[in-house]
Design a binder for this molecule. Structure first.
Ligand SMILES: [Zn+2]
Length: 135
Protein backbone atom coordinates (compact mmCIF):
# COMPACT_ATOMS: atom_id res chain seq x y z
CA UNK A 1 0.00 0.00 0.00
CA UNK A 2 2.85 2.37 0.83
CA UNK A 3 4.46 1.49 -2.50
CA UNK A 4 1.27 2.38 -4.36
CA UNK A 5 0.99 5.69 -2.53
CA UNK A 6 4.63 6.44 -3.31
CA UNK A 7 4.09 5.66 -7.00
CA UNK A 8 1.08 7.97 -7.18
CA UNK A 9 2.91 10.74 -5.32
CA UNK A 10 5.97 10.43 -7.54
CA UNK A 11 3.77 10.69 -10.64
CA UNK A 12 2.00 13.72 -9.13
CA UNK A 13 5.34 15.46 -8.62
CA UNK A 14 6.40 14.70 -12.19
CA UNK A 15 3.09 16.08 -13.48
CA UNK A 16 3.74 19.29 -11.54
CA UNK A 17 7.19 19.56 -13.11
CA UNK A 18 5.86 18.90 -16.61
CA UNK A 19 3.08 21.46 -16.21
CA UNK A 20 5.52 24.06 -14.89
CA UNK A 21 7.49 23.68 -18.15
CA UNK A 22 4.44 24.27 -20.37
CA UNK A 23 3.52 27.61 -21.88
CA UNK A 24 0.62 29.45 -20.36
CA UNK A 25 -1.63 28.56 -23.33
CA UNK A 26 -1.29 24.89 -22.46
CA UNK A 27 -1.90 25.39 -18.74
CA UNK A 28 -4.95 27.53 -19.58
CA UNK A 29 -6.49 24.49 -21.30
CA UNK A 30 -6.40 22.64 -17.99
CA UNK A 31 -8.15 25.18 -15.79
CA UNK A 32 -11.49 23.33 -15.70
CA UNK A 33 -10.11 19.84 -16.19
CA UNK A 34 -9.91 17.28 -13.39
CA UNK A 35 -6.52 15.58 -13.31
CA UNK A 36 -6.58 12.18 -11.63
CA UNK A 37 -3.59 9.95 -10.93
CA UNK A 38 -4.15 6.27 -10.17
CA UNK A 39 -1.83 3.27 -10.10
CA UNK A 40 -3.90 1.30 -12.63
CA UNK A 41 -7.42 1.34 -14.09
CA UNK A 42 -10.25 0.52 -11.70
CA UNK A 43 -13.90 -0.41 -12.26
CA UNK A 44 -14.91 3.16 -13.06
CA UNK A 45 -12.17 3.45 -15.69
CA UNK A 46 -13.10 0.13 -17.30
CA UNK A 47 -16.75 1.24 -17.38
CA UNK A 48 -15.60 4.31 -19.32
CA UNK A 49 -13.76 2.13 -21.82
CA UNK A 50 -10.24 2.09 -20.39
CA UNK A 51 -8.16 -1.00 -21.07
CA UNK A 52 -5.58 -2.94 -19.08
CA UNK A 53 -2.11 -1.47 -19.49
CA UNK A 54 -3.38 1.90 -20.71
CA UNK A 55 -1.13 4.74 -19.55
CA UNK A 56 -3.83 7.34 -19.37
CA UNK A 57 -6.94 8.65 -21.04
CA UNK A 58 -8.95 11.76 -21.61
CA UNK A 59 -12.60 11.53 -20.66
CA UNK A 60 -15.14 14.11 -21.60
CA UNK A 61 -16.17 16.18 -24.54
CA UNK A 62 -13.70 17.06 -27.27
CA UNK A 63 -14.27 20.32 -29.12
CA UNK A 64 -14.00 18.83 -32.62
CA UNK A 65 -14.49 15.14 -32.19
CA UNK A 66 -16.03 14.61 -35.63
CA UNK A 67 -13.23 16.17 -37.66
CA UNK A 68 -11.22 13.41 -39.22
CA UNK A 69 -12.42 10.33 -37.40
CA UNK A 70 -11.68 9.11 -33.93
CA UNK A 71 -8.42 7.41 -34.73
CA UNK A 72 -9.60 4.12 -33.32
CA UNK A 73 -7.55 1.21 -34.50
CA UNK A 74 -4.31 3.13 -34.23
CA UNK A 75 -1.95 1.27 -31.97
CA UNK A 76 -0.91 3.87 -29.47
CA UNK A 77 0.21 2.99 -25.96
CA UNK A 78 -1.17 6.23 -24.61
CA UNK A 79 -4.79 6.28 -23.72
CA UNK A 80 -7.70 7.05 -25.90
CA UNK A 81 -10.16 9.84 -25.84
CA UNK A 82 -13.15 8.20 -24.19
CA UNK A 83 -16.35 10.04 -24.96
CA UNK A 84 -18.73 10.81 -22.17
CA UNK A 85 -21.77 8.57 -22.41
CA UNK A 86 -25.35 9.73 -22.16
CA UNK A 87 -26.19 10.37 -18.52
CA UNK A 88 -22.58 10.63 -17.38
CA UNK A 89 -21.69 13.93 -15.86
CA UNK A 90 -18.65 15.64 -14.48
CA UNK A 91 -15.85 17.89 -15.61
CA UNK A 92 -13.56 16.89 -18.43
CA UNK A 93 -10.96 14.65 -16.89
CA UNK A 94 -7.47 13.42 -17.63
CA UNK A 95 -6.57 10.20 -15.84
CA UNK A 96 -2.99 8.95 -15.64
CA UNK A 97 -2.02 5.44 -14.54
CA UNK A 98 1.29 5.74 -12.73
CA UNK A 99 1.78 1.97 -12.61
CA UNK A 100 1.54 1.69 -16.41
CA UNK A 101 3.98 4.48 -17.25
CA UNK A 102 7.26 2.60 -17.32
CA UNK A 103 9.73 3.76 -16.44
CA UNK A 104 7.99 6.51 -14.52
CA UNK A 105 10.17 9.36 -15.72
CA UNK A 106 9.40 13.00 -16.38
CA UNK A 107 9.85 12.42 -20.13
CA UNK A 108 7.33 9.58 -20.20
CA UNK A 109 4.85 11.43 -18.00
CA UNK A 110 5.19 14.44 -20.33
CA UNK A 111 4.34 12.34 -23.43
CA UNK A 112 1.28 10.77 -21.82
CA UNK A 113 0.05 14.00 -20.26
CA UNK A 114 0.51 16.05 -23.43
CA UNK A 115 -1.12 13.27 -25.46
CA UNK A 116 -4.22 13.56 -23.29
CA UNK A 117 -4.08 17.37 -23.38
CA UNK A 118 -4.02 16.95 -27.15
CA UNK A 119 -7.25 14.92 -26.98
CA UNK A 120 -8.71 17.61 -24.76
CA UNK A 121 -7.94 20.09 -27.54
CA UNK A 122 -9.61 17.88 -30.14
CA UNK A 123 -6.68 16.05 -31.72
CA UNK A 124 -7.13 12.41 -32.72
CA UNK A 125 -4.55 9.61 -32.58
CA UNK A 126 -3.26 10.30 -36.09
CA UNK A 127 -2.63 13.96 -35.36
CA UNK A 128 -1.00 13.18 -32.02
CA UNK A 129 1.25 10.63 -33.65
CA UNK A 130 2.32 13.28 -36.17
CA UNK A 131 3.15 15.55 -33.25
CA UNK A 132 5.35 12.87 -31.70
CA UNK A 133 2.92 12.28 -28.84
CA UNK A 134 2.40 8.57 -29.39
CA UNK A 135 4.70 6.16 -27.64
ZN1 LIG B 1 -4.88 8.81 -27.60
Amino acid sequence: MIERARLTWHCFNLVQEVLAEQPEQVRDQLVDVALTIKVEPDAQDFARGATEGMRGYFWGTQPSVDQGGDGSGVCCPEGDALPRQLGEEGPNEIVLFAGNIRPLTRENVAVVLMHEVGHLCGFDEFELEALGLCG
